[in-house]
Design a protein around this ligand. Structure first.
Ligand SMILES: [Cu+2]
Length: 86
């Protein structure tokens, strides 16, 4: 019973992985574009840049769910509305 649950969770994680994997670069791209339109010495930009870098690092490390969360955090700082992949 417990084993079945573990297998089901692992399968779910595998299914969720690839869907999210494509999401983060999309979000990071939008954030970088938004930052590109802002002043580099803007306090918002200075606060958001490390978050974007961290999102990229998490994505590279395969932690896509965490990466999306970081990207959303950066978006909130920048006041940017992210377009999620459907
Ligand atoms: Cu990712």
């Amino acid at each position: 019973m417990l084993k079945a649950l573990v297998i089901a969770m692992a399968a779910l994680a595998l299914l969720a992985g690839p869907a999210l994997a494509g999401q983060c670069p999309l979000l990071i791209k939008q954030l970088n574009e938004a930052v590109g339109k802002m002043k580099a010495d803007d306090a918002m930009v200075k606060k958001a840049k490390p978050l974007i870098a961290e999102a990229q690092k998490l994505h590279d490390g395969g932690k896509h769910a965490d990466s999306v969360k970081k990207a959303e955090e950066a978006a909130k700082v920048l006041n940017v509305k992210l377009q999620m992949k459907k």
